[in-house]
Write a protein that binds this ligand. Structure first.
Ligand code: FPP
Ligand code: MG
Ligand code: MG
Length: 376
């Protein structure tokens, strides 16, 4: 690292687990209908960053060393349960057929439970489902350096593929046999929609000539929690719960995920201003084109009231997006966004400061540091 200490590679700590992630996810997504099968697995082809599963797996290892809650009845998870993917008149609903179980790949010798590994896969499924829907909503034409699913299959199939992912994620979730974890992840799905709805309006009141207020930022951060941090925070909480951690550990895991998630999206919103499509593997400068006022613009707006009417009309008038972009780059909006992201990253690290020292804990700390340094 920059301080001369060797930097820990978070991925290396759970590499054995991550190796099987995409394969296991593809098993969860099998459909007897060839074109649904193809659309559903489409975003698993290009390697994503797999940030969410990585965090869940690191959290699982880090919390394995923390104090335990009083015994809960053991989960009856069948790690070998497989989902029947054939479509025949008898199982047209593609329901679970226990006699058709093929084992999922399990790496040996780790302190990660099968249920936590499955949770990591579920988080990636929910995230990928949200991307399928998001690219339709955003009219996005590229994702992970390839044509988006909506471009490749059309909007209808992309939306349905996303729904299919949510269905399979729900089946996998139910099989964890842990009601509180089911409730957490089901809430995440609702939160994703709430966040996306809030984003359709730039401000709470949706006026023609809105004035900047502290509420502007509160609204943005609430939206950001719902659309990004909810999944990360609640899956961190679920990971600790599945491991049987005590209440203080479960809360710490949640706080880590919440703060990391907020930092992550702030950086994402910053990169939309500072990086190219080539670097991102998805369109750059997209937010203003979509009418969205994110953190860099909101900070600029605080000192540049002339941005108000542009926000009010969602940068729709010819030249609005370019003008807004120019003002943001002239302002200190980018630096303020970076500073706020840093505050949250520090809070994430602080949240888990009470965990016993371990490589996995260092990996979680490094994830927070990397979130600030990432450029895609
Ligand atoms: C990416 O944001 C999108 C999200 C983080 C969530 C999108 C949520 C929905 C579309 C709600 C419905 C989804 C489900 C699964 C119920 P972005 O557009 O800012 O990021 P991008 O630059 O990667 O496209
Ligand atoms: Mg998008
Ligand atoms: Mg979007």
């Amino acid at each position: 690292g920059t301080d001369g200490l060797p930097t820990i590679d978070p991925l290396r700590l759970v590499a054995g687990e991550m190796k099987f992630l995409t394969g296991n996810i593809r098993k969860l997504l099998g459909s007897g209908h060839p074109s649904l099968d193809r659309a559903a697995k489409y975003y698993t082809q290009a390697e994503g960053k797999h940030v969410r599963p990585l965090i869940v797996l690191l959290m699982s290892r880090a919390t394995a060393l923390c104090p335990k809650a009083p015994q809960r009845q053991q989960s009856t998870l069948q790690a070998s349960a497989a989902i029947d993917t054939s479509i025949s008149p008898l199982n047209i609903l593609s329901d679970f057929n226990p006699s058709d179980a093929t084992p999922v790949s399990i790496p040996a010798d780790t302190d990660i439970l099968p249920s936590q590994r499955r949770l990591a896969e579920i988080t990636e499924l929910i995230h990928t489902a949200s991307l399928l829907h998001d690219d339709v909503i955003d009219h996005s034409e590229s994702r992970r350096g390839a044509p988006s699913a909506n471009l490749e299959f059309g909007n209808k199939m992309a939306v349905l593929a996303g729904d299919f992912l949510l269905g399979r994620a729900s089946v996998a979730l139910a099989r964890l046999r842990h009601a509180e974890v089911v409730e957490l992840l089901a809430t995440v799905i609702a939160n994703l929609v709430e966040g996306e709805f809030m984003q359709l309006k730039n401000t709470a009141r949706d006026e023609k000539n809105p004035k900047w207020s502290e509420e502007t930022l509160t609204y943005y951060l609430q939206k950001t929690y719902l659309k990004t941090a909810s999944l990360i925070s609640k899956s961190c909480r679920a990971s600790a719960l599945l491991g049987g951690a005590d209440a203080a550990t479960v809360d710490a895991a949640y706080l880590y995920g919440k703060n990391l998630g907020l930092a992550f999206q702030l950086v994402d919103d910053m990169l939309d201003y500072t990086r190219s499509e080539k670097e991102l593997g998805k369109p750059a400068g997209a937010d203003l084109e979509l009418g969205l006022a994110t953190a860099p613009l909101l900070f600029a707006w605080k000192t540049m009231p002339e941005l108000g009417p542009l926000v009010g009309r969602k940068f729709e008038k010819e030249g609005d997006a370019a003008r807004a972009r120019e003002l943001v780059l002239q302002s200190n909006g980018i630096e303020q966004t970076r500073a706020l992201a840093q505050d949250y990253a520090e809070k994430a690290i602080e949240a888990i400061s009470g965990f016993p020292d371990s490589e996995a804990k260092d990996g979680l700390i490094e994830m927070a540091v990397k979130t600030l340094k990432r450029n895609k």
